[in-house]
Design a protein around this ligand. Structure first.
Ligand code: NAP
Ligand code: GLV
Ligand code: GLV
Length: 328
């Protein structure tokens, strides 16, 4: 039987690529720089399947020009880069990689909480720049305590709940806001004593606010000038969700004026962040290049999951992680 054509927009870990190459006539984009819109169309025009990254803008006009397309298999849990409505209208299956990256991303969220609270990266820069000239400073690089503090989680889904569980060892008070009650709420251990509150209360009372909502029209700029003004001046904001959930300009102003103590960011309005972004000039922000799920093991598991979704969809089976089941 003739193998079906698929296009993979970047080299993903071998454990996934192996399955894809065995199963399909696969062309893989080998460059480190992502394919342009035209290049996606050129490479994908005969394909029934495409493996995409969160940095590939799979808009309606791209989908329109891929006439044979039956499945978009996203190598990520978030899929805000895909015009889901249009794909669904065309009957194209969209899949993602939920769950397998939850714990890894929660770990990284904690790395940011700790780095921002205790000024870890700033302190490292201080040492390397040769500024450490006095053996021990009674008031050198003072930060804020994590233990005993109040943690505010916006979006208590899979990752939000995993972040909550980790707070247990730090004796934190946990507040969260979520639209609906879901399984993840129920899966939180009772003894965490996590309390559901409205956004206002969460912003006013938390020492650490961490974001775990998907990017949707509703969550775009969920945290802007007004919300930042409600936070304690001693508080820190951590974002490992999607950049546009925060109004970056308002955040910059709040950090610069010390209206907000610090921030830890893994995601940005524009990725990669522009080198002339004013955020790069601030000491009180930790900047990471979108590495939430970046452990060797998790990326490999994501690759296999993505390949299995692609295989199932193109063999007429129900993919394990379908985002738009209404197309089946
Ligand atoms: P999830 O399980 O679907 O959790 C998302 C949560 O957000 C749900 O509890 C959802 O509640 C809530 N929510 C949605 N819209 C909301 C709104 N308008 N207001 C308040 N809460 C809202 O997803 P997940 O697996 O935890 O992943 C969350 C996001 O993290 C992904 O979408 C992705 O963008 C991001 N992410 C980033 C990295 C990284 O590398 N930095 C890695 C993985 C994921 P409802 O029940 O009300 O819908
Ligand atoms: C990463 O950001 C993801 O959505 O998986
Ligand atoms: C610090 O190193 C201390 O001993 O208090």
């Amino acid at each position: 039987m003739l193998k079906k054509h698929v296009f993979v927009t970047r080299k993903i870990p071998m454990d996934g690529l192996r399955i894809i190459k065995q199963e399909f006539h696969a062309s893989v984009w080998e460059n480190e720089m992502p394919p342009s819109k035209e290049q996606i169309i050129e490479n994908g025009k005969d394909c029934e399947g495409i493996v995409t990254l969160l940095s590939d803008p799979i808009s309606a006009d791209i989908i329109e020009r891929l006439p044979n397309l039956r499945v978009i298999a996203q190598y990520a849990v978030g899929y805000d880069n895909i015009d889901l409505k249009y794909a669904t209208k065309r009957g194209i299956i969209v899949t993602n990689t939920p769950g397998v990256l939850t714990e890894t991303t929660a770990d990284l969220t904690w790395a940011l909480i700790m780095a921002a609270s205790r000024r870890i990266v700033e302190a490292d820069r201080y040492v390397r720049r040769g500024n450490w000239r006095v053996a021990w400073g009674p008031e050198l690089l003072l930060g804020s305590d994590i233990h005993g503090a109040t943690l505010g989680i916006i979006g208590l889904g899979r990752i939000g709940a995993a972040v909550a569980r980790r707070a247990c060892g730090f004796d934190m008070k946990i507040l969260y806001s979520s639209r609906s009650t879901r399984e993840s709420d129920k899966s939180l251990p009772e003894n965490l004593g996590a309390q559901r509150v409205d956004m206002d209360t969460l912003l006013r009372e938390s020492d650490v606010v961490t974001l775990h909502v998907p990017l949707t029209p509703e969550t775009r700029h969920l945290i802007g000038k007004v919300e930042l003004a409600k936070m304690k001046p001693s508080a820190i904001l951590v974002n490992t969700s999607r950049g546009p959930v925060v109004d970056e300009e308002a955040l910059y102003q709040a950090l610069r004026s010390k209206r907000l103590a610090a921030a830890g960011l893994d995601v940005f309005a524009e990725e990669p962040i522009r080198l002339d972004s004013p955020l790069l000039e601030l000491e009180n922000v930790v900047l990471l290049p979108h590495i939430g799920s970046a452990s060797t093991r998790t990326r490999s598991t994501m690759a296999k999951m993505c390949a299995e979704n692609l295989r199932a969809a193109l063999s007429g089976a129900r993919p394990p992680n379908i985002v738009n089941p209404e197309v089946l």
